[in-house]
Ligand binder design. Structure first.
Ligand code: PEP
Length: 251
């Protein structure tokens, strides 16, 4: 079994002013120090990337954006491209988050284009997949997730191992309902099996698969104990320094 470095990513969604970001990041830096055995990523909204980039300089915390446009530049009012994100200091980008799929009509095909663009532009994509409650209750989870992963990776031919997948059941995001460790593990194992079919088993063993959906200090330890859960994508709790620090320091 390959050793995968644990990864905790905080998705700030559409929250935060510059003053709040300064306060949160300084409290977080004090609490977590420089973790060596786990990676930490923060994904603030676009308006805070510059501020966060400055505040994170010299730390081991990486910076992610929450979206990008697939064209490198052009007449796309309101959009932000991969080269712009690199320029401001991002190393990662969250793609296909369920809120973008739900509220902005983002499709699997568009996610695939964005994944291709991120890789072209030197950003590591954190690709979100997940089922709704109706899809889970209809027994569609595994087939749906496998389809989402396959489509999202359509433009990826090489270097699979650097990809990051986040399994985020839609019914668990921001609801306070978490998948049980066993439920999450089952889907993570299915994602890894899909990755093995797209590349090979050894490569699939290197890909980090995060769980996201109401991860909190009191449930992170159980989730992280599962064999195929390599980290967490954290929304609400990443806006509280103490809670996020405790999640990073899962046991
Ligand atoms: C998310 O936004 O990716 C997320 C998982 O949110 P929350 O932790 O608030 O459920």
């Amino acid at each position: 079994m390959a050793i995968r470095r644990s990864l905790i990513a905080g998705n700030w969604k559409m929250f935060g002013t510059r003053a709040e970001a300064e306060h949160l990041l300084s409290a977080l830096k004090t609490r977590i120090g420089r973790p060596t055995d786990r990676e930490v990523i923060i994904a603030p909204p676009f308006t805070l990337l510059e501020t966060a980039s400055r505040l994170l300089a010299g730390t081991s915390i990486c910076l992610a954006a929450q979206n990008l446009h697939w064209e490198p530049q052009g007449a796309f009012t309101g959009e932000i491209s991969g080269p712009m994100l690199k320029d401001v200091g991002c190393s990662h980008v969250i793609l296909g988050h369920s809120e973008r799929r739900q509220y902005c009509g983002e499709t699997d095909e568009q996610v695939a284009q964005k994944v291709g663009a991120a890789r072209r532009d030197g950003l590591i994509p954190i690709i979100c997949v997940g089922e709704t409650l109706a899809q889970r209750e209809g027994g569609e989870t595994t087939a749906l997730i496998s389809r989402q992963v396959r489509t999202a990776l359509r433009q990826v031919q090489t270097n699979f191992s650097s990809l990051i997948i986040a399994y985020e059941p839609v019914w668990a995001i921001g609801t306070g309902k978490t998948a049980t460790p066993a439920q999450a593990q089952e889907v993570h194992a299915a994602i890894r099996a899909t990755l093995a079919e797209l590349s090979d088993r050894a490569t699939a063993e290197m890909v980090r698969i995060l769980y996201g959906g109401s991860v909190k200090p009191d449930n992170v330890d159980g989730l992280m104990a599962e064999a195929d859960i390599d980290g967490a994508l954290v929304g609400g709790a990443s806006l509280q320094a103490e809670a996020f620090a405790r999640i990073i320091q899962f046991r």
